[in-house]
Design a protein around this ligand. Structure first.
Ligand code: C2E
Ligand code: MG
Ligand code: MG
Ligand code: MG
Length: 281
């Protein structure tokens, strides 16, 4: 009967929900353990001046080293966000980045800025700004060396709050980049009120180059009008790079230059030997 079918479906639905909740709980528990057991690591990907090939900064990207495998952030950051454990994980990322900057300064008397990704929920958390300031102070980091990457979507969740927070970060001297620009639905009229320093063109639009360049051109024009620094993400080949150079995009990042590297490898290549700052293509 229809009633029996309905109740079967309900039972099935409940089972599915319970299963999903169980998976979530298990993942949350293992993320807690991962944090406790130091299983997270940061990889670093260089950002280059497109005209000189000089490494002018880098982005820290989290990985989970679990039973000898490396797990991508795409498979655990969403769960971390859902469960709230992104807050302590995000704090770990910022502290680790501050430590790295201090180490480079001490060992080589040479540093380049490091950008960290901040998740929506982490950005919404009241402790973010005081935490960043406190960590920079504790590790004696010049704020210009730490850049915060926030997706367009996170900024648009609560625009008034976002402006207030960015204002505090910017006036303290930290860099602020809008990540994955062009994939969200930001209101252009708000964009000019956001105290940001950098715009990152999403990889999706870079991969369309050089044939389909309408969006990349528009973002470059907008960034220039707003006096922002512009980074093209996900450059994978020379044709894309040539288009970006010809169209005056100042900064690039992508596999064509380098994949994200483990700390020691990145450090040896780009920090220890300052003569290696220029990537030979
Ligand atoms: P994102 O911040 O936009 O980072 C860029 C992603 O593109 C990275 O993936 C990077 O490895 C990848 N990528 C760079 N160049 C190329 C390229 O030429 N081709 C292709 N196909 N990919 C390229 P990854 O490291 O897997 O990170 C994915 C996303 O996970 C990041 O996107 C960011 O949203 C998030 N994420 C990474 N680390 C953190 C973190 O510490 N905290 C938070 N909240 N999110 C993070
Ligand atoms: Mg990013
Ligand atoms: Mg991005
Ligand atoms: Mg992204």
């Amino acid at each position: 009967s229809a009633k029996a079918a309905g109740s079967n479906q309900w039972a099935f639905f409940k089972e599915q929900m319970t299963e999903r909740a169980a998976v979530r709980l298990r993942t949350e528990a293992s993320l807690h353990d991962a944090l406790k057991n130091n299983e997270f690591v940061l990889f670093f990907q260089p950002k280059l001046d497109i005209n000189t090939n000089k490494v002018i900064g880098c982005e820290a990207l989290i990985r989970w080293q679990k039973d000898g495998r490396i797990i991508s952030p795409m498979s655990f950051i969403p769960v971390a966000e859902e469960t709230g454990i992104i807050i302590p994980i995000g704090r770990w990322v910022i502290e680790q980045t501050c430590k790295t900057l201090r180490d480079w300064q001490k060992k080589y008397n040479y540093v380049i800025p490091i950008a960290v990704n901040v998740a929506s929920q982490q950005f919404a958390d009241a402790s973010l700004v005081p935490d960043i300031k406190q960590l920079a102070l504790r590790y004696q980091i010049r704020p210009e060396l730490l850049e915060i990457e926030i997706t367009e979507t996170s900024l648009m969740n609560d625009i008034e709050q976002a402006i207030a927070k960015l204002e505090q970060l910017k006036s303290a001297g930290f860099g602020i980049a809008v990540d994955d620009f062009g994939t969200g639905y930001s209101s252009l009229s708000y964009l000019r009120h956001l105290p940001i320093t950098t715009m990152k063109i999403d990889r999706a639009f870079v991969s369309d180059l050089p044939h389909d360049s309408a969006i990349a051109s528009t973002i470059l024009m907008l960034g220039r009008q707003l006096n922002l620094s512009i980074v093209a993400e996900g450059i994978e080949n020379e044709e894309q790079l040539n288009w970006l150079r010809e169209n005056d995009c100042p900064i690039g990042q992508g596999f064509f230059y380098s994949k994200p590297l483990p700390l020691d490898e990145f450090e040896n290549k780009y920090i220890a030997t300052q003569s290696a700052q220029i990537i030979q293509l």
